[in-house]
Design a protein around this ligand. Structure first.
Ligand SMILES: Cc1cc2nc3c(=O)[nH]c(=O)nc-3n(C[C@H](O)[C@H](O)[C@H](O)COP(=O)(O)OP(=O)(O)OC[C@H]3O[C@@H](n4cnc5c(N)ncnc54)[C@H](O)[C@@H]3O)c2cc1C
Length: 408
């Protein structure tokens, strides 16, 4: 079977490895001109997914993870301390990784001749059980199965499901990665993920392994800070320092002087002084518009959708990469058990199960976003016990891998 995969990031690479191992002739068509290293920042995953990926030979067994076991909530209180007043500690169970390590572990497992750069797909269709794609250079390809792994702005999705659109949540995340010395006097205890809360948002910080962590032990500091923005303001916000309008994010080095000034003032206003310093000292912050989305069909005949092309989750549940890898694992399991003649029927079954899984993922991410950004409680009036009750009221009846032990 000939399988075309549009997009060669987390979802595309994991699908290419797993489906290639089933004996399919796989081609990854990636529009970028070189490896995607450095595209992402820090990610968090459940430890059991990392073990599963090692077991499935998607990751090396020495991929560097930094376990996180405690999340703290802290409010700005200049009377108290320039680092804020801690109001809660929560046991969590997640592992922080560098996005580039995850990507490279997947990428290097794909045979060189299966991964094609500079192949920007501009159209996709299916006729008579054959999937067609065309590149911006006019090249045409045909496949028995087409997988859309082309991310949040998926062109395949636009062509095949033109009625679909994602929803803007009403807020954005400014993000950055910086060196640990930028922390100055402020120190993050080992295994901690501090969260600085304020009205309608928070800053989350956690260390991630640097690219040379295995030899040097160097860690970087990954942060993201949320801010509400009216949808009318996005038009201007998404214009970069070359005057180019982006659709959902502004990459590192593309923020304007106005963006940087705004971010500095915003962090001074909402964060304790020592913490705002970290944002000021970060050299190349970037911007992500936070969206919700779930395609109405994960498979439409012989064309299917995985990763961010299929489901867009708010970052709060730390499930973007988890979802992208799991989509590919689930797809490969379905295809492993079906004959080529039953492909469309197998994909219909996969579509049904994906809808259920994704619905739960979107719902959890929305719940956490609502609690931690759009509808925040009066943090300054809260103490450990009140936050504990608040958290229970949000999470009762919900499953989240990070706090699974507590909810049982
Ligand atoms: C900075 C950052 C931090 C994140 N942190 C976390 C986290 O902590 N935990 C977590 O789980 N998730 C996190 N995420 C989200 C997670 O990275 C994404 O959900 C995940 O990478 C989605 O993978 P994907 O392969 O579906 O899409 P993407 O990674 O967006 O890849 C899509 C690929 O398709 C290619 N492409 C697009 N259009 C075309 C076209 N027309 N033709 C050919 N190729 C095309 C793109 O070049 C790209 O390589 C983070 C994301 C970012 C950016």
């Amino acid at each position: 079977m000939k399988i075309g995969i549009v997009g060669g990031s987390i979802a595309g690479c994991s699908a290419a490895i797993l489906l290639g191992r089933l004996g399919a002739e796989v081609s990854v068509l990636e529009r970028a001109s070189h490896m995607l290293l450095g595209k992402g920042a820090g990610i968090v995953l459940p430890e059991n997914l990392i073990q599963q990926c090692i077991h499935l030979d998607l990751f090396d067994n020495n991929i560097p993870p930094l376990p996180i076991s405690t999340r703290t909530l802290t409010v700005k209180d200049e009377k108290f301390d320039h680092s804020g007043k801690q109001i809660w500690q929560q046991p969590i169970d997640v592992v922080a990784l560098n996005w580039s390590d995850v990507y490279f572990n997947l990428y290097k497992r794909i045979p060189n001749n299966s991964y094609c750069y500079k192949e920007e797909i501009i159209s996709a269709s299916e006729t008579n059980n054959i999937c067609h794609v065309e590149t911006s250079q006019g090249k045409k390809y045909t496949f028995d199965l087409l997988i859309a792994a082309d991310g949040i702005d998926s062109i395949v999705r636009k062509k095949i499901l033109p009625q679909y659109s994602s929803d803007y949540t009403g807020y954005v995340a400014w993000r950055g990665v910086t060196n640990m010395p930028e922390l100055g006097q402020y120190k993050i205890p080992e295994g901690f993920m501090p969260c600085y809360v304020y009205k309608n948002g928070h800053l989350l910080i956690y260390p991630i392994p640097a690219s040379d962590y295995q030899t040097s032990g160097t860690k970087l500091l990954n942060w993201l800070i949320y801010e509400e923005f009216d949808s009318n303001a996005l038009e201007k916000l998404l214009v970069d320092n070359n005057g180019i309008k982006h659709s959902a994010s502004l990459p590192p080095r593309s923020l304007t002087a106005e963006h940087l000034k705004h971010l500095k003032q915003f962090s001074d206003r909402v964060l304790p002084r020592n913490i705002a310093e970290i944002i000021h000292k970060t050299e190349k912050p970037f911007l992500q518009i936070i969206l919700d989305g779930q395609v109405p069909h994960y498979a439409k005949s012989r064309i299917c959708f995985v990763g961010d092309a299929a489901t867009i989750l708010r970052p709060h549940s730390g499930s973007g990469v988890l979802k992208s890898i799991n989509d590919s694992i689930n797809l490969s399991k379905i295809l492993e058990c079906s004959e080529e003649s039953d492909l469309v029927t197998a994909l219909q079954a996969w579509d049904v199960s994906q809808k259920t899984i994704a619905h739960q993922q979107v719902s959890l991410a929305k719940t956490l976003g609502n609690a931690l950004v759009t509808n925040t409680p009066p943090w300054e009036k809260m103490d450990f016990e009140i936050v504990d009750e608040w958290w229970k009221s949000i999470m009762t009846g919900r499953e989240w891998y990070a706090t699974r032990q507590q909810l049982k």
